[in-house]
Every structure is written in C-alpha cells, then in structure tokens.
Design a protein around this ligand. Structure first.
Ligand code: FFO
Ligand code: GTP
Ligand code: MG
Length: 458
C-alpha cells in the first residue's frame, strides 16, 4: 500500500460494507471538494452542495447523461466535523452488487480515487481526530470475535490507553523540566532538587503493568486452538457437539467414525476458541483413516490446548499412555477427560482426569473452567471486566517495554550518581517511546505498516 502522505487532499471513496446482497450498503467518501463532486452526480445538485453538515438528504445517483442508477440517502459531513475531519458524503444505497459497483465506477470516473485499506482512519489520525491507540482500536473492534474482545477494544477507542499514556507523559515532562533547569543553571545558581526517584519507580511499575496485559489482550483478540483428541469411540465428537450445543459431528458406536478433523468457533468466557474434533487415534493400515490420523496428529501438535478424551468404561490403554507421554514431552498443554461416567461398568478416574458424561451433560461446566484456567495460564482472573485497560497491539507492547527500559536506566543512573546530562537522555528516550505510542512522533513507514492491515473503507 502507498500512503503518499503528501497526497492527502484528494477525494477518496470506498464501500464500507461487505459486497453482497443486503438490505443496504454504505459507500464512504472523504476529501476537500467531495461534496461538490458528488453533487454533480446527484439529481438535486444544488441541494446537496448547499447542505449543512450532519444532515441527511434523499435523492438519486445518476450519471452525467441523466440516467438514474439508484435511489439513495446522502449523509453530509463538513470539515472538521466528520470521522476523517474532512468534508465527506456517505451514500446509503441498496445492497445490490451491480448497483454498488455501478456507483463506485461512477465515482472513480468522476474525481474520486479508490481508498487504500485504513485510509479513512489514517486521515482521521493525520487530521488530529484520534491518536494512534484509538486508530488501532478501530481495527481491533472490527476484527473482534467475541463480545468481550469487542468491549475491550471499545474501551481503547474511548481513550483508556491514550489517557494513561498522556498522564505518564506529563509526569515525565515534569521530571525532564526539573532536570533541564539543573542542567541549564548548574550548582549554586538554583537550589538543586533531587530527581523524584519515587515518581520514576511508580512509572516503571504502572508501565510494566499495562505492558503485561498484552498477553490477555492478544488471547481475547486472537483466540486459541483447542483440539479434542483420544482413541476411537472415546466420545470426542459427542463432547464437540455438547460444547456447540448442536449436532455438528457424526456420533456412532463404530470405531473410526470421524475420518477428518472438523472445526467450529466457540466462545470460552470471551476467549474466541477454534474447537477441533479429530479422528480417533488407533493403529490402522486403512489408507483414508491413516491419512485422517496423520492430520489429527498435525492439529494436535499445533493446538494451544488438547482435551484428551478417554472412555471411562474402557480405561487407559497402552496407546493412551503413549499419547499422553508424547504431549508431556512436547510441552503441550492438555487436560484429561474421563468420559461415559454414567455407565455402570465405568472405572474410577486416575488423578488429573475430569469425570464427565456427554450423554447426561455432566462435568462440562467444570471442564470449561479447567480449560479457561489452562489457556490463560491461571493469570487472568476477570481481566477487562473492571474496565481496566488491556492492550492488544504488538507495537504498543514493544514501545511500553522500551519505555520501561529507559526508565530502568534512569533509576540506575540516579543510584549510580551518573551525570545529569546522561540521565536526561534516558528520560528523553522514555518520553519518545510514549510519544510513539500515541503517534506524536511517528515515521511514515510505521503508519503504512499499521494501516495496511485495515480493511478498505475503514
Ligand atoms: N454511517 C456511519 N456509521 C458509523 C461510522 C461512520 O463513519 N459512518 N463510524 C466510523 O467509524 C462509527 C462511528 N464513528 C464516528 C465517529 C465520528 C463521527 C463524526 O462525524 N464526528 C464529528 C462530529 C461529532 C459530533 O457531532 O459530536 C467530529 O468528530 O467532529 C462519525 C462517526 C460507527 N458507525
Ligand atoms: N453412555 C455413554 N455413551 C457415550 C457418552 N459419550 C459418547 N458416548 C457414546 O460413545 C460412542 C462413541 O461416541 P463418539 O462421540 O462418536 O466417539 P469419538 O471419540 O468421536 O469416536 P471416533 O470418531 O470414532 O474417534 C457413541 O455411541 C456415543 O453415543 C457418554 O457420556 N455416555
Ligand atoms: Mg468422532
């Protein structure tokens, strides 16, 4: 993607909703002159070009020859009161694929350029409508897969991260000012003040704390892969269906019913899970089933958590022990399930195994608790619930770590009674890291990389 930052004044347009048959579609435009340009393509040009900002107009889109393309609503925005901070019009048209394409073609042949991915939000940032943490949050909201991930990202869009960074920035600016005064008027001219060590220490703690929420944020945003594994007939597919509360996977008493793995999305207390039902593990010469087992092995090895299911009425066999040993030696996180505990002939479970009956729906809640605990490493209690800021950006994480490192040097420098000008450099370094997080100091290539991950129209 090329975001030539010098070319920011042209008019851009993009479909902001998915291209498909739908009740409505929204085409977004932005840029100086966009209202006038669009007025030329509307059956009531005067009305549109004179419309006040934040108003909605009814009308038709037509080509310059006067043939009508669609009946629409125009939402008019006037700079600086818009998402991008520029003039712009949103067209609410019918959600018809050829209709939308005809409107876009008309716009592109009359002074509008196809917007790049994230270009509306990039403009909002460049025009001072939002800082980089909010811009990243816009993308995080759109890609959230659970309600919890969405609400965490929404908190960031409301500015929870930006506010904290700004507080730290102003504290550090205070420290920097104190240091500068002593540098400019050394020794006897001004009364020398010690650098507030406690302030630095508190800052390090708070910054490290926010930085450490990255694991949580990433987990809730990116989710985890959970594989159900075990020997044939253990009840993996039954458990899969119980989790999803629907008959997704075929269940039968025949060994080797599931031939290939199947996957379905699931929310585990807000963590987006890709749940995979796999082919039962057994030694076999049959071509298709052994291919299924090879695939199962691949999925199990890449899973963040393996739920290993055993038929409690059969018990652990040599093969189970081998698979469990394999997981342990690979360091795979796993949880054992002792299924069919409703059966009369079922054996008591070994330690570490959770008793369950998919048929009666018993033990599934407990299993979910254990799964949540394993996936989060037991570190996340009710993260994000108390409105605490949680980050989900590798960029923000790296810069927070960098900032804490600079402040660590400051702390060490004070302890070692280093010269003030050396300490000042580290304070400045910390300030720069914070400034990069919100985008006060940012290079063009960083912006390009960041916004290129956004969808077109965002
Ligand atoms: N139709 C539509 N729906 C949308 C958006 C959009 O751009 N268009 N959004 C896009 O992401 C989100 C809403 N975000 C928006 C943020 C700011 C402004 C805006 O016009 N701000 C002006 C005026 C604010 C005011 O009146 O108080 C401003 O900031 O000056 C609009 C939408 C979600 N829904
Ligand atoms: N009594 C009892 N039977 C169960 C339970 N769970 C599963 N079964 C039965 O066990 C048999 C095998 O279940 P599946 O879910 O197909 O087993 P699987 O592990 O997917 O088997 P493969 O796909 O062959 O690897 C079926 O007849 C199920 O009805 C349970 O909790 N109690
Ligand atoms: Mg199965």
């Amino acid at each position: 993607m090329q975001h030539a930052l010098g070319l920011q004044n042209d008019c851009i347009a993009a479909l902001a909703t998915p291209l498909g048959e739908s009740a409505l579609a929204i085409i977004r435009t932005s840029g100086a002159g966009s209202i006038e340009k669009l007025a030329q393509l509307c059956d009531r040009p005067e009305k549109l070009s004179r419309a006040a900002g934040n108003t909605i107009l009814y009308g038709h889109i037509q080509d310059p020859q006067g043939s009508i393309i669609d009946q629409v609503l125009f939402s008019v925005f006037r700079a600086p009161h818009s998402y991008t901070g520029e003039d712009g019009v949103e067209i609410s048209c019918h959600g018809s694929i050829p209709g939308v394409q005809a409107i876009l073609e008309l716009l592109f042949s009359h002074g509008f350029r196809q917007a790049e991915g994230g270009e509306f939000t990039l403009r909002a940032f460049l025009n001072g409508k939002m800082d980089l943490t909010r811009a990243e949050a816009v993308h995080e909201i759109v890609s959230a897969r659970t309600k919890k991930a969405q609400s965490m990202a929404m908190a960031r869009l409301s500015g929870t991260i930006e506010e904290r960074i700004n507080t730290w920035k102003s504290e550090l600016t205070g420290v920097m000012a104190a240091v500068s005064v002593q540098l400019d008027y050394p020794e006897d001219e001004v009364e020398s003040q010690p650098i507030p060590e406690q302030t630095i220490r508190n800052l390090i703690t708070q910054i490290r704390e926010l930085s450490s929420t990255y694991l949580t944020g990433r987990l809730f945003q990116q989710g985890a892969l959970v594989a159900l594994a075990g020997r044939t007939n253990a009840g993996k597919s039954s458990l899969f269906n119980a989790f999803l509360r629907e008959d997704r996977s075929i269940v039968s008493e025949i060994h080797g019913t599931t031939r290939d793995y199947i996957e379905a999305p699931l929310s585990l207390q807000g963590i987006p899970i890709r749940l995979v039902d796999t082919a039962g593990l057994r030694r076999i010469d049959e071509l298709i089933e052994s291919e299924g087992i090879r695939r199962t092995t691949r999925v199990v090895e890449s899973a963040d958590l393996v739920v290993y299911v055993v038929d409690g009425s059969v018990g652990l066999e040599e093969e189970d022990l081998q698979h469990i040993e394999g997981m342990k030696s690979r360091g795979t996180s796993w949880v054992g399930v002792w299924n069919k505990c409703d059966k009369k002939d079922y054996n008591p479970p070994p330690e570490e195994f959770i008793q369950l009956s998919t048929q009666r729906g018993q033990g599934i809640m407990e299993l979910q608790q254990v799964m949540y605990h394993r996936i989060t490493g037991g570190q996340i209690g009710s993260a994000g619930d108390g409105g605490d800021a949680v980050i989900d950006s590798a960029r923000q994480h790296r810069l927070l770590e960098e900032c804490a490192e600079f402040l660590g040097h400051v702390e060490q420098g004070i302890a070692d009674q280093m010269p003030l000008d050396v300490i000042a450099l580290d304070v400045q370094g910390a300030l720069n890291s914070l400034g990069e997080i919100t985008g006060e100091v940012t290079r063009e290539d960083v912006l390009d990389r960041m916004f290129s991950g956004f969808c077109v129209g965002k």
